[in-house]
Design a protein around this ligand. Structure first.
Ligand code: TYM
Length: 337
């Protein structure tokens, strides 16, 4: 098995607690556990950002997103590589080659594309091609594990299919990433993470939802964030159980608490079993969220841009070296070289 873990987060705006718990924190935990023996690649997919509007300056947002990893506790050593997608041109080149391997049928089935395009002809082609560029991001580095939230699992399955198809046709060129069920086990989860909207817990928490109280942003004032948890939608069943179908609001709070404390979900659920009112649980989750934000924000303020640029200089040299080698293999497969 190739020992590379890789992940990316777009930096279109400030991130949410969903991004933090679904992607940032799992990656930081895995990186700190595995980076003595594994390569750990963390990159900002800035080319993926331009499929939609960007709040603020993309270059500055990118640096902020990279600081988030450091503020969340990422330990740096020679096996941890940080880079920007657009600074490694091989991503775009491999994307084109994979475009000629992927089918319209499989790409049109992607849920994110269907939701974002809603059948509009005016939707840009980048929205359609998004998962193919994502496959290139992963396959260039032979990554086996890609810590992501559950909404991205379909893209991992597509990446696996493209890698297998390419390899069947041309020989073993790409590492096929682990199945999503194994990705989840690697992240030490029972199932993929999907942090819910606080007001409409049937939906995922998303930065693009307009209602302020539906989401917690990483720059929220900790007290304000605590209030948002206190006003989260629950239900009138009067029992504390993990049941995403019948009690999505309560289940969401239990998941947030388990992720923030690092305790297994079943232990958190057991602590609250038998309670008939939700006030104390809400208070506990509110205090976990506000404590996390206070610590995260004060660490964030202490990280300089210079530190990040230094890591990028090293990371981008490494990434170009690895990616160009793999790209050459793919180019040779098609007799381009
Ligand atoms: P992005 O920026 O849309 O999402 C970043 C990460 O946050 C996770 N996430 C959530 N997890 C749990 N609950 C939520 N409510 C929630 N909202 C967002 C997403 O699952 C994701 O992990 N396509 C990627 C970016 C990317 C990438 C890659 C990642 C481009 N190329 C290659 C890995 C490997 C994305 O969704 O970004």
């Amino acid at each position: 098995m190739n020992k590379t873990i890789l992940t990316g987060i777009r930096s279109n705006s400030i991130l949410t607690l969903g991004n933090y718990l679904g992607a940032l924190l799992p990656m930081v935990r895995l990186a700190n556990e595995y980076s003595k023996e594994w390569q750990v690649n963390i990159f900002v997919p800035d080319l993926h950002s331009i499929i939609s509007d960007v709040d603020g300056d993309l270059k500055e947002n990118t640096i902020r997103t990279l600081k988030y990893y450091l503020a969340a506790g990422l330990e740096i050593n020679d096996n941890v590589h940080i880079y920007r997608q657009s600074y490694v041109p091989a991503h775009s080149e491999l994307c084109w080659i994979l475009n000629c391997v992927a089918t319209m049928g499989e790409t049109s089935r992607m849920i994110q594309y269907k939701e974002k395009s809603k059948g509009q002809e005016s939707c840009n082609v980048g929205i359609f091609d998004y998962p193919i560029l994502m496959a290139a991001d992963i396959l260039l580095y032979d990554a086996t594990y890609i810590p992501l939230g559950e909404d991205q699992f379909q893209h991992i399955e597509l990446t696996r299919n493209l890698a297998m198809r390419f390899n069947n046709r041309f020989g073993e060129i790409f590492t096929v990433p682990a199945k999503t069920s194994d990705q989840v086990k690697f992240m030490k989860l029972d199932e993929g993470l999907r942090i819910r909207d606080l007001l409409n817990p049937e939906k995922k928490m998303s930065k693009s939802t307009a209602a302020e109280n539906s989401k917690i942003m990483l720059d929220d004032d900790p007290e304000k964030a605590a209030k948002k948890i206190m006003s989260a939608t629950t239900d009138s069943l009067g029992k504390i159980k993990f049941d995403m179908f019948n009690q999505p609001g309560i289940s969401n709070l239990l998941v947030i608490e388990s992720q923030l404390t690092g305790l297994p979900l079943e232990d958190v659920v057991a602590t609250w079993a038998g309670q008939t009112s939700y006030g104390d649980l809400k208070k506990k989750v509110a205090s976990s969220v506000s404590a996390m934000l206070s610590e995260f924000q004060s660490k964030l303020a202490s990280i300089s841009d210079g530190e990040v640029y230094e890591l990028l200089a090293k990371g981008e040299t490494y990434a170009n070296e690895v990616a160009n080698k793999k790209l050459l293999e793919a180019q040779k497969a098609f007799n381009l070289r």
